[in-house]
Design a protein around this ligand. Structure first.
Ligand code: GAL
Length: 382
């Protein structure tokens, strides 16, 4: 190849990398949010914490998310879970990798090349441990393992030690199981195979199928209630039904008490919060990395009854959640009724360039609404 050609290719690659924020730029001081833009950390590098969640501890917010790399291979876990800290929510300091994939043991469940998604960290007041839950898919098995993994640490920023993974609650029926749910229909469960996935789920097909092995667990989040009890909320039953499962007092396993939410509803990407004793759950539809319409539901108790309320997003691109998918709802400290909807604008071709869409949640008569804003600040809540 001629020198000119090599130089040209190099120049093109360099500008693409620059456009994607892969190289450090001059660090910025932010005093507002810019949904969908590059968001630089204290080193001038685009924040790498996708599908994330935030924990507030001792005056700081800690943002945990999937560390992605460039190119299609970035959709798999090549590095681990990244952590950032902030005191103002605009400016984030890189705290490094909180949970690393295992690069030495091919047999580890979190070996490099597995899938680690939607990590969420909570603090356990009794054990004084930080507990990280995430969606885990085993290397080389696509999305078929459908497990949740758990790791713990004595320090908020890590290193987190991987404990194990689960298919939650084998041999346990949900608290709201009906007789129909737990009974094999006349002619056997195979008679249900002619039904659509939604119908099968509603008829208890997947619930019964996975009863002996534990239920599938994919997109997930963790919620700690005011009484200190924690719950894993996850897309189960081939993503057709969401489950809410109570965690053990140390938050690292399950109590066996769990609830089935909207059987056959086909929702994922759960993000939950509580305001004035009411629980709000925002979810997406199931279209992979492509955005779709969000929906929310409300309930007076985590174990129901849940009421479907429709799409909280309004205005342009509200049918595709402003080109993003829910990840978490962040309660803002020291502000009344201040909650931030955190979503991901995925870039499956080049995941490291995925963007963050953070928008304020507004409370209206019978629910919530989320509107697009190119730029906004926490003053919104005053
Ligand atoms: C989405 C899910 C993401 C990721 C992706 C893979 O539906 O919300 O977390 O699992 O599918 O295609």
């Amino acid at each position: 190849m001629s020198d000119t050609k090599v130089n040209f290719i190099f120049a093109v690659l360099f500008s693409v990398a620059l456009a994607c924020g892969l190289f450090a730029q001059e660090a910025k001081v932010y005093n507002s949010f810019h949904p969908g833009d590059l968001w630089l950390d204290n080193n001038g590098i685009h924040i790498n914490a996708h599908g994330g969640g935030i924990l507030f501890r001792d005056g700081s917010y800690y943002w945990f998310g999937e560390h992605k790399i460039s190119g299609r291979q970035g959709n798999k876990a090549q590095v681990g879970v990244h952590c950032y800290s902030s005191t103002d929510l605009y400016n984030w300091k890189d705290e490094g990798i909180a949970l690393s994939v295992d690069t030495t043991d091919e047999n580890s469940e979190i070996t490099k090349g597995c899938v680690i998604e939607r990590p969420k960290v909570v603090f356990n007041e009794k054990t004084k441990k930080y507990v990280m839950w995430f969606h885990l898919e085993l290397k080389g098995q696509g999305y078929s393992a459908a497990r949740c993994g758990v790791a713990v640490s004595d320090n908020v920023t890590g290193p987190y030690q991987y404990l194990r993974s689960y298919r939650p609650n084998p041999n346990k029926w949900p608290v709201n199981a009906t007789e129909k749910d737990t009974t094999i229909p006349e002619g056997g469960d195979t008679t249900l195979l002619k039904l659509s996935g939604n119908e099968r789920a509603a008829a208890g097909y997947y619930l019964r199928r996975d009863y002996p092995f534990g239920q599938m667990s994919r997109d997930m989040t963790v919620f700690v209630d005011d009484d200190g009890k924690a719950y894993l909320i996850y897309a189960s039953e081939e993503n057709y039904t969401m489950h809410i499962a109570e965690l053990s007092p140390d938050y690292t396993s399950f109590t066996g008490k769990w609830y089935r939410l909207f059987p056959g509803g086909h929702r994922e990407a759960p993000a939950i919060f509580k305001r004035n004793g009411i629980y709000y759950l925002i979810t997406s539809g199931c279209t992979g990395w492509a955005p779709n319409a969000a929906r929310f539901a409300v309930a007076p108790s985590l174990f129901g009854p849940w009421e479907e309320k429709g799409n909280p997003c309004i205005g342009k691109e509200s049918e595709i959640t402003f080109n993003s998918q829910s990840a978490f709802v962040l309660p803002v400290r020291n502000k009344k009724d201040a909650f931030i909807f955190m979503a991901d604008r995925w870039k499956p071709e080049n995941p490291i360039d995925g963007r963050y869409v953070w928008l304020p949640i507004e409370f209206i008569d019978d629910g919530i609404r989320i509107q697009w804003s190119d730029e906004w600040s926490l003053d919104f809540f005053d």
